[in-house]
Design a binder for this molecule. Structure first.
Ligand code: TYM
Length: 340
């Protein structure tokens, strides 16, 4: 798209809509931590303005935003190394969101599968914000000229839309302000599935709490959910091909591989031929060892909300310092008058 080379910069966000899951952890946060340590500038956001596309109880939103900040930090994000903040504290998101809404075509928005999934047959009753949300997501990324966007598979279409919006803005105004950000979707857990139904994504909003592992679950709950996870009666195969048409088995193997940072092949070479009666307790141990210290640390951090708010305030200032000059360039390119 563009000849300009942009500084490498990572941006990603998570909605503070409660019940952060193992899917969010493996598909997003764990990978955010990896990127933080790769030497590239990293910016991670609690996207509270996205969360309100569906009504949120105000007290709950405050609590969930702090809990998400605590989760980021408990999982290894260091507010000195990464910029951590909540979206609504940096007004560039909303301003650029509007500007990009004017570039985005309705035909593009109508293809967004996540809106169709969320709205179902009730599209008429959904908020305009829920429909317009991908343009705000594009603004989140482009306000920082971010080049890399680590996400789970379900967000790929939105990052691809961001590339189209960036290209159209640059073309329409004859500028090269925006890069074409790359979705970074890597590892064995880019789509963690429900523990009750291997054809459905593990989700914060699933009515069944047993369908997911929450990052706030304690050791007993984690172990019990894994023991009760739906499976089939066969032993695990020794080769990846043997997981075909076995979505529940494949999901548990993927989770094991992601938690232990090995490949699916390695997991199957260890457990191939074994029954779930052997594999599930091993997975439960692994998950508990990995996740229980995180939930303990989250509880410690959420007990100090003032400290979390202080960290988010510093993050917002740092984010603002990057986004403000970019937004200024954007407004100038459009022909908006500003004071110098
Ligand atoms: P959200 O809050 O639904 O999810 C946050 C991140 O978690 C990933 N994820 C999963 N990964 C693997 N398996 C799953 N079952 C699973 N469930 C969720 C998501 O892919 C995502 O990476 N629109 C975004 C938030 C957002 C954003 C952004 C992301 C707003 N602005 C800018 C990147 C850049 C969302 O609703 O994610």
């Amino acid at each position: 798209m563009s000849e300009t080379t942009f500084k490498q910069r990572v941006f990603s966000g998570i909605q503070p809509s409660g019940n952060l899951t193992l899917g969010n952890y493996l598909g997003a946060v764990k990978r955010f931590v990896k990127m933080q340590d790769s030497g590239i500038e990293t910016i991670y956001c609690m996207v509270d303005m996205h969360a309100i596309t569906v009504w949120q109880n105000p007290e709950a939103l405050r609590k969930q935003t702090r809990e998400l900040a605590a989760a980021y930090i408990a999982c290894g994000l260091d507010p000195q190394k990464s910029i951590l903040f909540n979206q609504s504290q940096v007004s560039a998101h909303a301003e650029l969101g509007w500007i990009l809404s004017c570039v985005t075509r309705l035909g593009w928005m109508n293809r967004m599968t996540q809106f169709k999934d969320k709205a179902g047959k009730n599209a008429e009753k959904m908020s305009l914000g829920l429909y317009a949300y991908p343009a705000l997501m594009a603004a989140d990324i482009l306000a920082y000229q971010a080049t890399h966007v680590p996400v789970g598979e379900d967000q790929k279409q939105h990052v691809e839309l961001t590339r189209d919006i960036a290209a159209k803005f640059n073309y329409d105004y004859g500028v090269e302000i925006f890069p074409a950000p790359e979705p970074i979707i890597e590892g064995t857990a880019t789509r963690v599935m429900s523990l009750r139904d291997g054809s459905k994504k593990m989700s914060k909003s699933d009515p069944s709490d047993k369908s997911r592992i929450n990052m706030t679950d304690n050791a007993d709950t984690i172990a019990s959910k894994i023991r009760k996870a739906k499976t089939d009666p066969d032993a695990l195969p020794s080769e990846i091909g043997g997981l075909k048409d076995r979505p529940e088995a494949r999901n548990l193997v993927n989770i094991y591989a992601a938690l232990s940072e090995t490949s699916v092949e390695d997991v199957l070479s260890e457990f191939g031929g074994q029954q779930f009666g052997v594999f599930k307790p091993a997975l439960a141990d692994l998950a508990v060892n990995h996740l229980a210290p995180i939930s303990t640390e989250m509880a410690r951090l959420t007990a100090e909300p003032d400290e979390i708010d202080r960290i988010l305030g510093i993050g917002a200032d740092r984010a603002n310092a990057i986004a403000t000059p970019i937004l200024k360039q954007v407004k100038s390119a459009i022909g908006m008058i500003a004071r110098d």
